[in-house]
Design a binder for this molecule. Sequence first.
Ligand code: FAD
Length: 626
Amino acid sequence: MEDQEAVSRAIADSDAICPLFVFDPSFYADSGLACDARIQFLEEAVASLDRLYAATPAPATHVSATSGGHELEATTESAMPASDPGGTPPDTLQCADPPGLTIGYGDPVDLLARFVDQGWNVVTMATPTSRYGQRRDERAREACGDAMTFVSGDGLVRDAEWPRSDWQPQITDWLAASQHAPGWDDHDTVRVAIQTSVTPALVDRRFDIMPTKTKVPVGTHRAATTTLREFADRIRSYPGNISAPQDARDGTSGLSPYLNFGLLSVRQAHQYVDENAPSCRGAEMFESRLVWNLHYNQKLVDWPGWTEKAVNPVFEGQNEDRHDDSLITAWKQGRTGFPMVDASMRCLRKTGWLNFRMRAMCASFFTHILHQPWWIGADWYHHHLIDSDVGINYTQWQSQAGLIGKPSQRVYNPRKQVRDQDPDGEWIAEWIPELAALPSEFLDRPEKAPLAVQDECGVQIGETYPRPVVDFEARREQFWSRYERQRPVAARELRRQKIAKRASFSGGYNAARAIAAKHGDSEDDATKGTQVALDELSGGEAANADPPPSESSTTDTRDPRDTSADLDRSPGQTPIPSGTGETAGEPSPDDRTAVEGQQQPDSGDDDTSAEADAEPTGQTRFGDFE
Ligand SMILES: Cc1cc2nc3c(=O)[nH]c(=O)nc-3n(C[C@H](O)[C@H](O)[C@H](O)COP(=O)(O)OP(=O)(O)OC[C@H]3O[C@@H](n4cnc5c(N)ncnc54)[C@H](O)[C@@H]3O)c2cc1C
């Protein structure tokens, strides 16, 4: 309700408002993409919003669904049961009595159209959507016509030919501007609540929502503000707690589900920290990450196709011919034989959360080492993450999978991650109990533990814990070999406006063109046949058979071309990204301008240890990479 322009605008412009939430059955049962824990988090958030509205100072009118002419419980779907069959719902799903929020169930477009027929206008926030959400919003626009307004008040740039021109200053201004406040005291707006029989608890029961995940945060506004307050108090220790997964669990803010479901706006979090936290590197790093949230969501606004297609057409269909169910299952179940990957994947399934580094490592492993199609992994994350934000998850996946056409790419080494992030094996023991007795020096490669050691500690690699499902080095070389053949063609594609728009670099079209000019092949090369044809580049055994590139096999991040020089820069323009990254994890290298000036690697912090087995390539090192 706070810092929601749709709400404050509706209160300012109307005599009466009717805050409405519609449970859409498409998000439930087999048609839904979310795990039960995320669904319940949403239900809790709706109940919490209902209680918030009920407590507002506005004069309220309560009408029953039938007397008000709105049979909200039944639209195209069958009606809710008349009463809650399952007894008392959990406290977090309790609604106010009388209600603050009108809660409906069914196809939201049908329901909104019926409100419009009765003379209401609909005001809602525009949110970055794709797939079903995008189609639903289009249908709503069509069905409600002029009575429907999507308000753009989340800082993102819409309806511009090149939304990334001048993006950073706009975001900076938005973050500093006053929050939207619901002006209950300034207007005589009446709040209408239509009493329906639909409640979050009832929907929860109807679909047998039974979360099995542990450590899931509670979806209430109070929990959101408490989480923010407590984080601001310990923000000095944030930089040192980002990289190791066991430290990150309580060391990063834990705010992502609240930001994703709108219990807190990015600006509220930013301003709270600005005003209440000590001025320190932790605060700077956190504020940059909030900008990254906007940066990735801007990408989805700029191109809703991120969930379905590779940004760069050169990579469309990548790895589809290598699809291997057994490898995918091993990855999902945490049984690949690579302990850091397996611990992460088990933790994701069990808790719905992972820190950035582990998310990135497992995505990299899935695409670069297992050679599986990126979208299968992205959908798996989307299902399990409590904080799954379509605008971040899918854009991050494409970036980690190397589908953009940037000149450099990172391949994580999960063995090195054990040595760097979990040298004592504390986290691995938590998630892979069958390895708990193995001395920690063998945890990076359990299959190398001598048989005598295995016997002594009762761990049998190949029996109690799997051997590696693939040969890491060989797979990595196959990836590099293929990638280095594809890269010049992919870079060239960035010259095309359509592709540059999709990629949505913070440096805009100039950044895309600069990459194309420096790293792309020329059309001539391609037509003369000095480059491989696009269809050959999509993979295949021939590509795999190529000799490995000359760099050391321990290199994680590669760009054999010298990218250290600054790319061309027109006067007055934002610096053009060099294609390499200096900031922690993301934004991706080409998007550096999104955070420019906000974060500089600082050798004193724990998370600046870098990818120590990444050879210097003459580029900016990934000094602050999470
Ligand atoms: C493959 C992959 C998928 C991801 N999917 C999601 C997702 O669905 N939802 C999501 O919120 N984050 C996602 N992230 C980014 C990041 O891992 C999470 O934001 C972070 O782990 C959430 O924990 P936190 O709130 O404690 O983070 P903090 O470190 O406390 O960060 C504060 C906030 O900043 C934003 N943020 C932090 N890191 C990033 C980042 N790298 N990119 C964009 N925003 C960032 C988030 O809103 C986060 O809540 C993904 C990263 C990868 C590599």
